[in-house]
Write a protein that binds this ligand. Structure first.
Ligand code: DGL
Length: 232
């Protein structure tokens, strides 16, 4: 099966990795929109026009399904894109409410981009008490591979973590700093990786493995970053 995934940059590679882990025999097409990163700071109109351009690119690759490997597009535009596109399209947030419900979590902290939190989709859709935290500094750090001051930034973002039993990595870049987040939390807090819970649930029709990666802008550290992420 031909599976297209897209994100603003390298973050969606965490979703791609989960898909490859659970469904290794598929043909993958990945679009990282590094020209327009960070999506979290863009308007809905801008996000819509980027998404349409990328979806057309993936359609030309003749993909059977599209996975929005981006929390920001998923939280703001999934319903609209789903209506408009004739091939099956999945949001990286689809499995989250069910997952939180099944686990019986009572208090969830959601870390996500400005645009995702502004949509309030987490407060609307999760059955637990939700603390929404905007984390605009994380994507630029991850894309540039420059983690100076990360611990201080994280402890500020996590200042309301008291009493949580679950934490959602609401942006697909954040699994790349999971260890740094984890060390600031109590051991019993479940850290939820959106790509992981979606990939586990989706059923694919296996064929053979291939991988086609495209980024809309090359930067100095991009290839190094991509290799590090995919080979870790
Ligand atoms: N990885 C993205 C997300 O899941 C995009 C973040 C950004 O570019 O700001 O929200």
């Amino acid at each position: 099966m031909r599976i297209g995934l897209f994100d603003s940059g390298v973050g969606g590679l965490t979703v791609l990795k989960s898909f490859i882990k659970y469904h290794p025999s598929n043909e993958y097409f990945y679009y990282g929109d590094t020209l327009n990163v960070p999506y979290g700071e863009k308007t809905i109109d801008e996000l819509y026009s980027y998404s349409k351009r990328i979806i057309n690119y993936l359609k030309e690759k003749k993909v059977d399904i599209i996975v929005i490997a981006c929390g920001t597009i998923s939280s703001n535009l999934y319903d609209r894109l789903k209506e408009e596109i004739e091939i099956p399209i999945y949001s990286v947030l689809s499995e989250l409410p069910e997952y939180v419900k099944n686990k019986g979590y009572k208090k969830t902290l959601v870390m996500a981009t400005n645009a995702s939190i502004n949509s309030h989709i987490f407060k609307r859709n999760l059955p637990s008490e939700v603390i929404e935290v905007k984390c605009p500094l994380l994507v630029p750090m991850i894309e540039s591979n420059n983690y100076n001051g990360l611990d201080e930034v994280l402890s500020n973002y996590l200042k309301d973590k008291e009493g949580i039993d679950s934490l959602v990595l609401g942006c697909t870049h954040y699994p790349l700093i999971r260890n740094e987040i984890e060390k600031m939390l109590d051991k019993n807090v479940d850290i939820i990786d959106l790509g992981e819970i979606l990939a586990k649930k989706i059923i694919t029709k296996d064929s053979f493995f291939s991988l086609d990666l495209f980024f809309s802008k090359e930067s100095e550290n991009l290839r190094e970053n991509v290799n590090k992420i995919l080979n870790n």
